[in-house]
Structures are given as C-alpha cells and as structure tokens.
Design a protein around this ligand. Structure first.
Ligand SMILES: Cc1ncc(COP(=O)(O)O)c(C=O)c1O
Length: 396
C-alpha cells in the first residue's frame, strides 16, 4: 500500500548511506562572486524552465547534461564569441575536437572541401584518414596565393574552405581579406584555424571569415596545463557544430573551462611580454652566422595591415640540418624542449619529429631540415637570448 502523507513511513529520514549521495542544495544566494563558479556537475535537475525548453525541442538555452551544455562552459563560450565578434561559439575538449565537430557538421558525403596546403599535421591526418574515407573530396590549395583558391572555387562548388593563420610552423600570414572576399563571391564558408595568434592580435570574422576555430590549449589558456577548443561563427551555423560536438563527444570539462577562463584574463599581459621577447630574439637570430633563416611575423617584411601584433611564434633554420637541431634542443637550459605553444614558458620543438612527422606534410609546406619552432614565453628576454646563444655554440 502507498505511504499516506504524514504517515510514519514517509517521515522516516533517508539513511546516511542515501544522504551522502543526495544531490547538493543550490549554493547559498546573496553575494555575487566575481569569478564564474565551476559547475562541476554532469547533470541538472529537470524542472519547470528546462521542461518547457525540452517541449520546444530547445536543448541549448537550458542545461540538461554537461556534454550538451554547462553554465561554466557557456560563460566561456559567450566571452570568446564576444572577443571574436561572433554571434555564437561552441567550446570543445581540444582544438582537434573543435576541428572534428566543424568538419563533420559542415561537410557531407560527396562534398568538396578546399583546404590550405600548409596545415597542422594532425589536421591533415583528420582530413585524409577520417573525412576522405567518409566521402569528402579533400583538395589542397596554396593559401599564400589567392589565385590558387580562385581556381579551385571556379572549378566547382565547395562545402567549406579551411586555412590557418599564422601557419604552423613557418608563421606565414595568408591574405585573409582576399581569401574571405573570394569565398563570399562563391557563397562558400571560410573557416580559419586561428591557433597561432589570438583575438587581441586580429579577429578573422570582421575580415570576412565565417568560422574561427582554435585550440584554447595554447595562448588563450596560456599556462600549458589544460586542453580546450573553440568554434565560433554565425548562430545558425554554430548550432550544427554544437550538435556534432554532442554526438562525437568532445565536450569541454567545466574545470577545464575555469582554467581557460582564468588564463584568458592575463592574455593581454602575456601577449605584450611574448611580443617583446619575440622581437628581440628575431632581431638577434636574423644575423646569426649559424642560423640560415628565420621565419617570424614582421621579419623581414612588415606585418600585413590587418594583423595588429606578431604573437609569440617563430621558427629558425639551423645550419647543420636536423642532427644539429636535435643537439640544439638538448643544449637548451631555460627554453623547454617540448611541443605545444602559447604558454608563459618558452618551448622549442622540431616539426620534423612532431607536428610534421609525415614526409608528405613536410613536402607540402617546404619544411627545411634544421627547422626549430620556438614558442616565446614571458621570461626575461635577456635570459632567453643567453640560452639560445649557449645552445647554438654547444650544438655547433
Ligand atoms: C594550428 C593548430 N590547430 C589545431 C591544433 C590542435 O589543438 P589541440 O592540441 O588543442 O587539439 C594545434 C595543436 O598544436 C595546432 O597547432
């Protein structure tokens, strides 16, 4: 027989074994924290407003399950969309999660996808190993030659164009406004992987890009301690990216969102420090007898007018090829030999055994033996110069 209201059966308090599990009470109201709280919950109580939203088929404006949306992650998405002048954004567990969600949402079997020949090696693998077998035709063009894109677009309709700026690892800056104009003329969305610079250096959407996709693991978070990714763009076009993200599964964890958001607060300070360091290093290495060439934004050619800064990434080509580059990495004492970029600590790595392990990806970008990629951090530039000089002479 069901318990009657007020009956002893109903009043019996739950046992301690149940009470330790019970859902937490909402946080005490009253004062507003200046830091967005980390809502570390995978699921949310289904009640009035959520029920109404679900009735409308709206699973994004309310929170049901963290893979689909979470208040801490949403606050970060809103902040990043605003910084990029985008209507909406989706955060993901990594930059590759962001690229996967975007590519699976906005390309379909039978579609042509036009991609820059200079892309991050893992993006190339995603395209060749997963998108191509899933029926997409991947065609590459030289993003540094807008005519190359013009020919590809004139050749037939394409579902999406994907380029990177600044390119990895040679930090070339494709003419984004020219590429965007071509895409608009052909009614084709342009996605820009914007992992190397950051939204304080330039924002591709006002220049005509449809989507910005980036790894938040780099300069946005800035401390080499968290992975994250972002796709932002027009609201209607972000909705399918969100759907792809929740089906493929790379949602951003709320704690990771908090770390990214904390890092974001010092982005301007870190960017200033990195740019000062990079300027000093580029100037010093450009004339060093052991360095065959440097690749750095603004060196030797001035920055394009639409880039308001150079960021912290550069590459140098050592005389002596890859064996010397390996010795050089070993001899560094302050700059850490590690992959990744954009953190407060300077890092150096060799594209030939990290991002561009595949010979085809090296050939596509014309990577020279002896290339070292440097991510300039926030250390005292004098110490970084001394470290580089030491490693250059120790590796000779
Ligand atoms: C240009 C570029 N895009 C995407 C990614 C992938 O980002 P994540 O490592 O966060 O997946 C990277 C990583 O280095 C990158 O350099």
């Amino acid at each position: 027989m069901p318990a009657q209201p007020g009956s002893p059966m109903q009043r019996k308090p739950p046992s301690p074994r149940t009470r330790v599990i019970a859902a937490d009470a909402p946080s005490p109201a009253g004062q507003v924290p200046i830091v967005t709280p980390t809502v570390q919950s995978t699921t949310f109580r289904i009640d009035g407003a959520l029920n109404d939203a679900m009735d409308r088929g709206d699973y994004r404006s309310q929170f049901l399950y963290t893979r689909m949306g979470n208040p801490t992650v949403r606050a970060l998405e809103e902040r990043l969309a605003e910084l990029h002048h985008a209507e909406d954004a989706v955060c993901t567990a990594s930059g590759m999660g962001a690229l996967s969600a975007l590519l699976f949402a906005h390309t379909h079997p039978g579609d042509r996808v036009l991609v820059a020949s200079a892309l991050y090696g893992v993006t190339d693998s995603l395209l060749d190993r997963y998108l191509a077998p899933a029926g997409r035709t991947i065609e590459r063009f030289d993003a540094l030659q807008p005519d190359s894109l013009r020919h590809a677009l004139d050749h037939g309709p394409a579902a999406l164009v994907l380029v990177e700026t600044l390119t990895n690892p040679l930090v070339d800056a494709p003419d984004l406004p020219a590429l965007a104009t071509l895409c608009q003329q052909h009614d084709t969305p342009l996605a820009v992987d914007y992992t190397f610079p950051n939204p304080l250096v330039c924002t591709p959407i006002p220049l005509g890009a449809t989507f910005v996709v980036e790894s938040l693991s780099k300069s946005i978070a800035g401390h080499s301690d968290v992975h994250g990714g972002l796709v932002c763009g027009p609201r209607d076009a972000i909705h399918p990216v969100w759907e792809a993200m929740l089906h493929l599964g790379p949602c951003l964890d709320p704690h990771a969102a908090t770390l990214v958001r904390r890092g974001l607060k010092t982005l301007a300070l870190r960017t200033d420090a990195m740019q000062v360091g990079l300027g000093r290093i580029a100037e010093h290495l450009a004339t060093h007898p052991d360095v065959a060439r440097i690749h750095a934004p603004g060196h030797p050619h001035p920055l394009p007018s639409w880039l308001q800064g150079r960021g912290g990434m550069m590459s140098l080509v050592l005389r002596g090829g890859d064996p010397r580059a390996l010795r050089f990495l070993d001899a560094l004492r302050i700059i850490e030999p590690a992959t990744s970029l954009g953190g407060v600590e300077s890092l150096a790595c060799l594209p030939f055994n990290t991002s561009h392990r595949l010979p085809a990806s090296r050939e596509r970008i014309g990577l020279q033996p002896g290339t070292v990629r440097l991510s300039v951090g926030c250390e005292d530039p004098d110490d970084l110069l001394a470290d580089l000089d030491h490693a250059l002479s120790a590796s000779a």
